[in-house]
Design a protein around this ligand. Structure first.
Ligand code: ZOZ
Ligand code: ZOZ
Ligand code: NAD
Length: 697
């Protein structure tokens, strides 16, 4: 026996308790402990039933993800589940907290399952790029039917106890101490002479239209393989005897285990947690946060206010005029209506948020009690400084003053107040109530507890907060400017914006860069180009065709026309034919003969530009570690999670190959394609970006 699994006797029942904090992951020691304890229960006189319970906050959160990629160690989990199920004793699981992945598979290997009302179960393996590999794809559909099992396994969602009962995944819900509840249930089962009930002996579930479902899953997954592959394993449950189904599950599991997608998704899992872990904030208490001020209720301000309201914070919004205030309320109302429609809030909550928790005002005095203000007015330094002067005068001492600026110098904004230590950048991403990234931009004089407050706000809003230093665009937009630039070069040279968007969504991005430009508002990029024109290097290639559209007042999604044309009430647009005409004019003016680009070349140039700038950003310390860049792109820019982020993508490609391409592109445009010193150094030393992450851990 190992000390992570304890064995106690309660008359005829042996209790196996797993205690492997924090979440009882099924490490080798736990698997061994369970296997040994089953042997002991079966060998001891008088034992008729086994009860498995978890210590602490969960039954079992699944296989130990830290063991993935290492040599497998016996006993393996599928064998353990089979061994538990084959026991001549009656085996019961009493589940509390989460039972996920291998944790639910262990429970499905038991003959009966009782759970707390608050328990949640699920098979989330697809999010790690794999599938339930310990019989979950064979046992779950025998309980729920194929369709429900496909839905549960391919979404990986957490299923609450009442629904799990309805689906047949658990047999009973009972509130109380899990061990007490489990013992009572086991005693009742013994008293009623209940038979062992191995799920593997239940009939095969009926089939569904497998090929159509497979095609739909591939499309929905934007290139992610695990959901569609997991569905094939459920198909085997329907079509094959149990033992053969298990073999098929194993083959498909191993196929996925060997993919880069599995590596990317596990990188994302751990680093999503590691990114907000800042040693310098250990022991630094954040300031209190109850009410938030938001200045400007445009695209971003409205989204930020929505996110705050939905997280239970009161919001005071300042706008410039009655009309602007009404428009802002309308935007927030639209966002909240979306939340209502999706069942995130009910009608009463929706109405209260709009009428009680939100105040829209034109008077800065309304901000006197707020704990933190986020400014989201026009992207112009003078306007921002005027607003911060007013905030300085109106807000109480200790109030955190934050700017949502995309590119501007937070040090300069801070210096325009009498309290620079309270000033910080809190950079949200469009749509701000949806995108999970929050860049916490730390200026020279920002106080540590103000930084901690930025991270605390991120947590309250359910966002992933990333620390960034001050530079033009911080982490995300600085890198965006570079890959946007290469997209612009490719347009001048012959690839259409629509081909580029399609190539990148095929690669896995949620949206292509031109659709994103329409979403963010073309006016922002236009203002930035004007701001930088005076200091631009003569060799820099900057397309100006889109300025013609901006000059006509077309700013993308918010005005209904940009790269795409948007019908009222619809999110997606159709390509704007005017754009191709404007590009042709510019190519003629510049004397460029357009050439063809393959989708593969588009993706490679785009990614190389992204990685090279990201290496600069890490090299300069704007991002602390490569993983900070990865999480920024993943949660702020719709980067495909299954690549883990651009730095992980580059590691997988091989940094030497990426550098070689950058040097090759540099033969066409030496000013733009200058290899980042950090990239060159890593290649010379034979190291990867992930090595830097590990060194920083
Ligand atoms: O952590 C949340 C969660 O969702 N965890 C992942 C659950 C999951 O994906 N389970 C499936 C695992 S894969 C699997 O089980 C494969 C399979 O079918 C077996 C196939 C075998 C085939 C063999 C063939 C030969 C959870 C909901 C549990 C808790 O969320 P919280 O927000 O409360 O806490 P976190 O997320 O901050 O987590 C706390 C600490 O626990 C670590 N952790 C969580 N799940 C883990 C895990 N470590 C190892 N393995 C897991 N499954 C997590 O990293 C965090 O650590 P620290 O150091 O940051 O505190
Ligand atoms: O398509 C998904 C996505 O992740 N897209 C990428 C978005 C992105 O890259 N944003 C970053 C822009 S850059 C930025 O914000 C930084 C900055 O400082 C900009 C500065 C200027 C840069 C100059 C550029 C050259 C997305 C999450 C949007 C939608 O995903 P799905 O299609 O899977 O989601 P749905 O349909 O289930 O919807 C989920 C919620 O999102 C709302 N939504 C969807 N599309 C939208 C939108 N809201 C506004 N505009 C859109 N186009 C949708 O309504 C739903 O919301 P709720 O409230 O109903 O839940
Ligand atoms: P927007 O033009 O949609 O909204 C700006 C709002 O601010 C308008 O409603 C305007 O009436 C209001 N406003 C202007 N001056 C004001 C003042 N002095 N007092 C009160 N209200 C005032 O702009 P946006 O896209 O929401 O961008 C706002 C800020 O957020 C900018 O700094 C921008 O760079 C940044 N940002 C934008 C995005 C994006 O994708 N659009 C993403 C992240 C950050």
């Amino acid at each position: 026996m190992t000390d992570v699994v304890t064995y106690t006797r309660h008359d005829e029942i042996a209790v196996l308790r797993i205690a492997n904090p924090p979440v009882n992951a099924l490490s080798q020691a736990v698997r061994q402990g369970l296997s040994d304890a089953m042997d002991r229960a079966e060998s001891e006189d008088g034992v008729k039933a086994v009860l498995i319970v978890g210590d602490g906050r969960a039954f079992i959160a699944g296989a130990d993800i830290k063991e993935f990629g290492k040599p497998p160690m016996e006993p393996n989990l599928p064998d353990l589940c089979t061994r538990i199920e084959a026991s001549p004793l009656l085996v019961v699981a009493s589940m509390h907290g989460v039972s996920l992945g291998g944790g639910l598979e262990v429970a499905l290997g038991c003959h009966y399952r009782v759970a707390q009302p608050s328990a949640r179960v699920g098979l989330p393996e697809v999010h790690l790029g794999i599938l339930p590999g310990a019989g979950g794809t064979q046992r779950l559909p025998r309980l729920t039917g194929a369709e429900k099992a496909v839905e549960a396994i391919t979404t990986g969602r957490h299923i609450k106890a009442p629904e799990a009962l309805e689906l047949g995944i658990i047999d009973k819900i009972e509130e109380g101490d899990p061990e007490t509840v489990g013992l009572a249930y086991a005693r009742d089962l013994l008293a009623s002479n209940a038979a062992r009930r191995p799920v593997s002996e239940m009939p095969n579930p009926q089939g569904i239209d497998w090929d159509a479902t497979h095609a739909a899953l591939l499309k929905k997954g934007r290139g992610q393989l695990s959901p569609a592959t997991a569905m094939r394993a459920v198909q085997a449950a329907s079509e094959l005897p149990f033992d053969e189904g298990i073999k098929r599950e194993r083959e498909l599991f191993m196929d996925l285990m060997n993919t880069d997608q599995r590596k990317g998704l596990i990188h994302a899992f751990f680093n999503e947690r590691a990114v907000s872990n800042l040693p310098e904030l250990k022991g630094v208490a954040p300031r209190a946060l109850q009410s938030i001020g938001v200045i400007g209720g445009g695209t971003m301000g409205a989204g930020i206010a929505t996110a705050c309201l939905l997280s239970g914070l009161n919001v005071v919004m300042i706008e410039m005029s009655d009309d602007a205030a009404e428009a802002a309320k309308g935007r927030i109302g639209g966002n909240l209506a979306g939340a209502l429609k999706r069942g995130k809030i009910n009608q009463e909550k929706h109405d209260n948020l709009l009428s009680i928790a939100l105040e829209v005002s034109q008077n800065y005095d309304s901000l006197k009690d707020v704990d933190l203000v986020i400014e989201a007015v026009f992207e112009e330094m003078d306007v921002k400084k005027q607003v911060f002067a007013k905030l300085d005068a109106a807000c109480k001492p200790g109030c955190v003053l934050a700017s949502n600026t995309s590119y501007l110098d937070v040090n300069e904004i801070a210096a325009s107040t009498t309290r620079p230590a309270d000033v910080i950048g809190l950079h949200f991403f469009s749509p701000a109530h949806v995108m999970k990234l929050l860049e916490v931009v730390v200026a020279d004089q920002t106080a540590p507890d103000v930084v901690a407050t930025g991270f605390a706000l991120g947590k309250m809003l359910g966002k992933v907060a990333v620390r960034a230093g001050v530079c033009d665009g911080f982490i995300g937009n600085r890198i965006l400017s570079t890959y946007r630039a290469v997209a612009g070069h490719m347009v001048l040279d012959g690839a259409s914006p629509f081909q580029i968007d399609d190539a990148l969504t095929d690669f896995g991005f949620a949206m292509g860069p031109f659709a994103v430009a329409d979403l963010a508002g073309l006016d922002i990029g236009w203002a930035t180009r004007k701001r930088k024109a005076a200091t631009r290097h003569p060799d820099e290639r900057v397309p100006t065709y889109i300025d013609r559209l901006c000059e006509q007042g077309h700013y993308g999604q918010k005005t209904g026309e940009g790269y795409y044309i948007y019908e009222k009430g619809k999110r997606g647009g159709t390509p704007n034919p005017k754009i191709l005409e404007l590009i042709k004019d510019e190519q003629q003016t510049l004397g460029i003969t357009p050439r063809d680009f393959s989708d593969a070349e588009i993706v490679r140039r785009y990614m190389c530009a992204m990685v090279n700038e990201a290496a600069e950003v890490v090299g300069e310390g704007i991002a602390r570690r490569p993983l900070d860049v990865d999480m920024t792109l993943l949660f702020g820019y719709g980067f495909p999670r299954y690549w883990g982020g651009p730095m992980k993508w580059a590691d997988i490609q091989g940094l030497d190959a990426v550098l070689a391409d950058i040097e090759r592109y540099g033969q066409e445009d030496a000013w733009f394609w200058q290899p980042a010193p950090l990239l060159k150094q890593l290649v010379a030393e034979g190291r990867t970006f992930d090595d830097l992450n590990k060194e920083a851990a």
